[in-house]
Design a protein around this ligand. Structure first.
Ligand code: RFL
Ligand code: PHB
Length: 391
């Protein structure tokens, strides 16, 4: 098998890259270790930045999102029993975010690729990448009981944090920056009506909590937990007790309860690989960087990476220019580090740290107070949350 761009991983990064390349007449083959059913059912992100929304719309894969997603023009910060609104629209010159689940984006992209005759191989096994520092890099894997080799001009490593492409780069060429947080998130999906019109980020003595949504019938809630916690430690009454305690407010707000039908523990980590390239292997999305979910940035960064990468590949194929490919890592990393800082800042401001001193805790409260009191600080949160411009 031969293609121009071999893409490992059919998450948001790989699927969107394949879609963008197709729109410019560049051929790709996507290989994915899981089944279509599985990737279309995995519960992850929910918040799309303004620029991600515009990109999906402009490239013809936004119509269901526009019908079924929810535009939010702000978020609430809740602490000290009081609720404060950060007004994105007013603070960013009219921008907003879209609440639309990641697996719905995946469904839309898979459908678009298949309708256009795109090649996606699901349930591949033992993928490995070779000859990365030559003009003919290759991907080998098992598919349908046979060993296959895919010869490419370029390989895109879009296989997430636990994929195989990043470790294929010689360790002496990898500079990795990591921070692991001393807590995780316990996430649930609930059959209940929305309790709020916009997301609530709550900082409480007992820990962080977040109220998000998926549809008029399904809500997404998170609470800070121990990083090694397990689902079995959280019977329903404990979940509701914690959520009620952490989300309590003086204005009579009520959390709607319902049947919990999904529970999971999510690790919190910051990670960046530099550079995001080795020879003809280019990494994008979680394969190259991770942010804690507090800033809702991971999927959006994946989209921003592949937009830069697709433009660089188009320039290579259409104008025989390599400069944008040479610049890819530095261009992508500028946005990555901005999002790393924002996600670290939101995480640090809103969670309880088990080893924090009373002094540190007072600093957190002073920071929160400043965010809601100062237009400049609120604007910093708003412009990062809705996402900095893609260009
Ligand atoms: P993905 O989504 O992990 O996709 C990688 C794909 O590669 C496949 N794969 C392989 N395929 C072939 N061979 C191999 N050896 C392979 N190894 C792996 C995998 O099966 C998979 O299909 O990476 P990608 O595309 O870079 O996308 C990144 C996003 O998924 C991630 O950043 C977000 O989910 C992060 N995130 C959020 N991001 C946002 O922008 N907004 C949010 O609101 C938001 N909320 C979240 C989140 C992540 C969360 N979790 C579960 C970590 C909320 C949560 C709870
Ligand atoms: C979600 O809806 O899953 C979600 C929302 C905001 C975040 C993280 C996750 O910061």
């Amino acid at each position: 098998m031969r293609t121009q761009v071999g893409i490992v991983g059919a998450g948001p990064a790989g699927l969107l890259l394949s879609h963008l390349l197709h729109l410019d007449g560049i051929d790709s083959v996507l290989i994915e270790s899981r089944s279509r059913q599985e990737i279309e059912a995995t519960i992850r992100a929910g918040v799309l930045e303004h620029g991600t929304v515009e990109l999906l719309k402009k490239t013809g894969v936004g119509s269901r999102m526009q019908r079924e997603g929810f535009v939010h023009e702000g978020v609430y910060l809740r602490f000290g029993g009081r609720t404060h609104r950060i007004d994105f629209k007013a603070l960013t010159g009219g921008r907003a975010i879209m609440v639309y689940a990641q697996h719905e984006v995946i469904k839309d992209l898979v459908a678009a690729r298949l309708a256009a005759g795109g090649k996606i191989l699901f349930e591949v096994k033992d993928a490995a990448v070779y000859d990365l520092d030559t003009p003919a890099p290759k991907v080998r894997f098992h598919h349908g009981g046979k060993v296959e080799e895919l010869e490419c001009d370029f390989i895109a490593g879009c296989d997430g944090f636990h994929g195989i492409t990043r470790p294929s780069i010689p360790s002496r060429m990898r500079h990795e920056f990591t921070r692991v947080y001393p807590f995780g998130w316990f996430g649930i999906l609930v059959e209940a009506p929305p309790s709020t019109d916009e997301l609530i980020y709550a900082a409480h003595e007992r820990g962080f909590a977040l109220v998000s949504t998926r549809s008029p019938q399904i809500q997404r809630l998170y609470l800070q937990c121990d990083p090694d916690d397990e689902v079995k430690n959280w019977p329903e009454h404990r979940i509701w007790e914690e959520l009620h305690a952490r989300l309590e407010s003086a204005d009579g707000w009520k959390l709607a309860e319902g049947r919990i039908f999904q529970k999971s523990v999510i690790a919190m980590r910051s990670f960046v690989l530099e550079p995001m390239r080795y020879g003809r292997l280019f990494l994008a999305g979680d394969a190259a960087h991770i942010v804690p979910p507090t800033g809702a940035k991971g999927l959006n960064l994946a989209a921003a990476d592949v937009r830069v990468l697709s433009q660089a590949l188009v320039s290579f194929y259409k104008n025989q220019k390599e400069q944008l490919l040479k610049d890819y890592s530095a261009t992508a990393l500028r946005r990555v580090w901005r999002a790393e800082h924002f996600s670290w800042w939101m995480t640090s401001m809103l969670h309880r740290f088990h080893d924090e001193t009373p002094f540190h805790h007072r600093l957190q409260l002073a920071e929160l107070d400043y965010v809601v009191a100062s237009r400049a600080k609120a604007q910093t949160l708003a412009e990062n949350y809705v996402g900095l411009p893609l260009d």
